[in-house]
Design a protein around this ligand. Structure first.
Ligand code: DAH
Length: 351
């Protein structure tokens, strides 16, 4: 047995396969289920216990040698294959994935572009907002139930001693709407104003398919002499035609917001069923997309704009809602889960 092993050892040491087939033949011959090593181990069972002590070691080393030879060359052949693939310039490239824009960003950009064509400029404000800009200046009287229209996340004011005083409590909040930016803009400048204010807003709501604790809005503001409700209607009508295509119908329903008078909500004919009735529009043929109105004179007074001389309109819309109607997305949570399978579907544009 020992002489057989040393003979095979010489053979294995000398073995240099040139092809994958040669290596496979080697594997079957030595390492296969009916191969030489299997035979040797069978033979080994029959030898005397004294011999076993010496032979066992020799046999195991031999097995390791055969396995090592096979593994060495196996690796060579696979890398060799991959290399030759890379060098074949006629093969199609492997391609690499690039990131895309988030659907909410795509839609926000589209909204901004449309209003830019009408001369609106962009403005921004902070997400942590004080009571004045988020509520009081917008004509939400203190203790007025209108404040409950929006469930607010209040923010602790940093103090040296940890507890906030009663006054400080409720002094700061995560903004509940982008209307706060209107106030900041009007305080900082002089009319006329024609601005669009996109941003993230927060509400203390349980997360579900239809509600989230944060979402995105675009606020619009137009203040000048002689601005009328007709201007508001025409502006928003143009916006809808541009965004959802010509022929999309609009209708205005009376509504209430503390900062506008009169106030309205605007519906558009359902983009999915074109007004015939479907799940998205709850069979009504119409879907609400924004709130709007003529700026309440109290708001203009609050920011030191002469409400006798100037009038204006404002509107606010949720970007998620606009996006849902465009892409038929039924679950708001998809927007913030970062599931690549969802996000990939919007890679329409190279950045
Ligand atoms: N801020 C309102 C909301 O979040 C939306 C809104 C309604 C904004 C009417 C406006 C407006 O500017 O005029 O529900």
């Amino acid at each position: 047995m020992q002489s057989k092993i040393s003979q095979y050892t010489t053979e294995i040491n000398a073995f240099e396969p040139k092809t994958a087939e040669e290596l496979e033949t080697f594997r079957i011959k030595f390492l296969g289920t009916k191969g030489i090593i299997k035979d040797l181990f069978d033979e080994f069972k029959a030898v005397s216990p004294e011999e076993k002590r010496v032979l066992g070691k020799v046999l195991n080393q031999f097995k390791q040698l055969a396995e090592a030879k096979f593994n060495d060359h196996k690796d060579n052949f696979t890398t060799g294959d991959a290399q030759s693939k890379k060098e074949d310039l006629t093969l199609p490239g492997e391609g690499f994935e690039i990131g895309g824009r988030h659907p909410l960003n795509l839609v926000r950009k589209e909204i901004v572009e449309i209003f830019k064509r009408l001369g609106f400029v962009l403005a921004e404000g902070p997400e942590i907002e004080d009571d004045w800009h988020n509520f009081s200046a917008l004509n939400f009287p203190e203790e007025h139930p209108a404040r409950d229209m929006q469930d607010t996340f209040f923010v602790q004011k940093p103090t040296n001693n940890s507890e906030n005083t009663a006054e400080e409590k409720g002094a700061y909040a995560l903004r509940t709407h982008t209307s706060s930016v209107q106030v900041r803009l009007m305080e900082a400048g002089k009319p006329p104003f024609r601005a669009l204010m996109p941003g993230r807003v927060y509400r203390n709501e349980a997360i579900s398919a239809r509600a989230h604790c944060f979402f995105h809005q675009v606020e619009g503001l137009y203040v000048d002499e002689n601005v009328s409700f007709a201007d508001l209607k025409q502006t928003l009508y143009y916006f809808v035609q541009e965004l959802y295509g010509e022929g999309t119908k609009v209708r205005f329903r009376p509504s209430y917001f503390p900062f506008t008078e009169p106030s309205a909500e605007m519906d558009i004919s359902c983009t999915i069923c074109k007004g015939a009735g479907c799940q998205m529009c709850k069979q009504s043929g119409w879907v609400e997309i924004l709130g709007c109105g003529m700026i309440d004179p109290n708001v203009l007074d609050n920011v030191n704009i002469d409400s006798k001389k100037y009038t204006g309109f404002a509107f606010g819309m949720g970007i998620e809602r606009i996006t849902n109607l465009k892409y038929q997305i039924k679950d708001l949570r998809l927007f913030s889960e970062n599931d690549v399978r969802f996000l990939k579907q919007f890679q329409t544009e190279v950045i």
